[in-house]
Write a protein that binds this ligand. Structure first.
Ligand SMILES: [Zn+2]
Length: 282
């Protein structure tokens, strides 16, 4: 049974206020413990200083949007002694993996697309190696600015994702910008005016507020909602709700995502699930 939730915020967005998110979640999931990692910054140290992590993370960068990365190419993180990487192999420069065939928006931002599932496996190994428990009782939620994607067998290409559910769960700020779709008319107008910067700027102004942009204040509510879904995934095995007015609904559109997370409405079914989980331990 889930008892503890650990957050690791590696995002540079100052709009993310982890204390507020934890306060809200604690009010709802009363028997879960949050924010237990304040006194344990092992993971933070590793993320900021370790070169071999940079090396392995670079292995998760998608090279071709229409070809799924082979998980076998990522050697087990634990098989390599730290000094081997600290002094031996240099981390691969990101620019070598500059994407050339992704959406224009992403090219504009010079973002790299990471295979979220592989990154999740890598982080899982790291957590285990650092003696964190990665099981049903402890959920680890990592917040990153890296753009995450997962390969879809239906249309045979990668799609940007705002969240990779599981343990650890990875939430991506860039994924929130590029994952859920913007209004259809917006894309058409951008395409139509693509050669005219002034008209493009007008389109941006016209649609401002209808989707999440960098350093958008609304990010905190959305990270809060996604964290809630992550916890429900651990409790119930399903992060999503069928009710399009419930915060746990699987939003495919930016406007939907913003509306649901600013309203913070939770359906009766999920209120019960949250309540039951709370009372189970009392
Ligand atoms: Zn619901």
């Amino acid at each position: 049974m889930l008892t503890d939730v650990f957050f690791y915020n590696f995002s540079r967005w100052t709009e993310i206020k982890l204390e507020e998110i934890e306060y809200y979640l604690q009010k709802n999931f009363r028997n879960l413990s949050f924010n237990n990692n304040k006194n344990d910054n092992r993971l933070s140290r590793l993320f900021h200083l370790n070169l071999n992590l940079a090396y392995f993370q670079s292995k998760c960068i998608v090279q071709n949007i229409k070809r799924e990365l082979d998980s076998n190419q990522i050697l087990p993180f634990k098989d390599f002694p730290e000094d081997h990487f600290m002094f031996g192999i240099k981390p691969i420069c990101n620019q070598e993996y500059y994407l050339t065939r992704f959406q224009d928006f992403i090219l504009k931002e010079n973002l790299l697309l990471y295979d979220g599932i592989l990154l999740q496996k890598l982080y899982q190994e790291i957590l285990c190696q650092l003696d964190f428990e990665v099981n049903l009782s402890e959920l680890h939620i990592i917040i990153t600015d890296k753009l995450l994607g997962s390969f879809d067998d239906i249309d045979w290409k990668y799609h940007a994702r705002s969240v990779i559910f599981g343990n650890p769960t990875i939430l991506s700020t860039s994924g929130l910008i590029y994952g859920p779709a913007r209004p259809k008319e917006y894309y058409l107008k951008v395409l139509y005016h693509s050669r005219d910067p002034e008209l493009l700027a007008e389109v941006e102004n016209e649609y401002r507020g209808k989707f999440i942009e960098y350093n958008d204040n609304r990010i905190n509510s959305i990270i809060e909602g996604l964290s809630m879904q992550s916890i429900c995934y651990m409790i119930e095995g399903d992060p999503f709700c069928n009710d399009s007015n419930c915060r746990l609904f699987n939003s495919h559109w930016q406007e939907e995502l913003i509306r649901l997370n600013l309203n913070t409405n939770i359906c009766k079914k999920h209120l019960k699930i949250i309540k039951n989980n709370t009372s189970r331990l009392i």
